[in-house]
Ligand binder design. Sequence first.
Ligand code: SAH
Length: 216
Amino acid sequence: MRNIEDTYRHKGLRARLVQELKEKGIKDEQVLNAIGRVPRHVFFESSFVKFAYQDQAFPISAGQTISQPYTVAYQTQLLELNKSDRVLEIGTGSGYQAAVLMEIGVTLFSIERQRELFEKSNRQLSIMGYQGRFFLGDGYQGLPGFAPFDKIIITAGAPFIPQELLKQLVIGGVMVIPVGEKTQIMVKIVRLSETEFKQQKFGEFAFVPMLKGIIK
Ligand code: SAH
């Protein structure tokens, strides 16, 4: 990781966080390794750095949050990633989840609807040397010009499953989406054929809402 301060103390706290995630049931080694490598503290304002390695969500700018590490790990694990996957993320936010995905080695496309966050996360990730494709846009539309995707991850609470996103999955592809208004159920969808999808439901989570339109 270049151009950022990542001290032994940060590394130690991160190793402890990885251990905590293991104890909470995260098993996918590539996910645990990625979380062990990505410095989460750089996504925080300097005065809040001490919260970076607690397993908690935390406010970032524009009324949004950086997802809890457990949630990031849980969703990423459900995606069953291969390095060759083309992945679409909805809700770039701080860029932390995006960094974890790129650390695993996938080709990442990510959409954010708020310009302020889009610019900030873009800047941060490029300073860190990550190469992904970032878009200011409405995640409900996906990226038809870059579809299909092997995996789609939605990191905001969706009131319903957007049909347009299902269309952008390859056959055999996986979408992981928290569905619900106030709290959400994690849903994993596998595309079985042109018209058939299989759904599985997992635990309850709390996300900020997936909203329509762009904030310029
Ligand atoms: N993955 C982020 C989580 C941020 S919270 C991280 O690791 O920090 C969810 C983000 O989704 C917010 O930044 C919010 O602005 C964004 N969002 C909500 N609705 C969206 C939509 N329709 N399209 C794109 N982004 C959206």
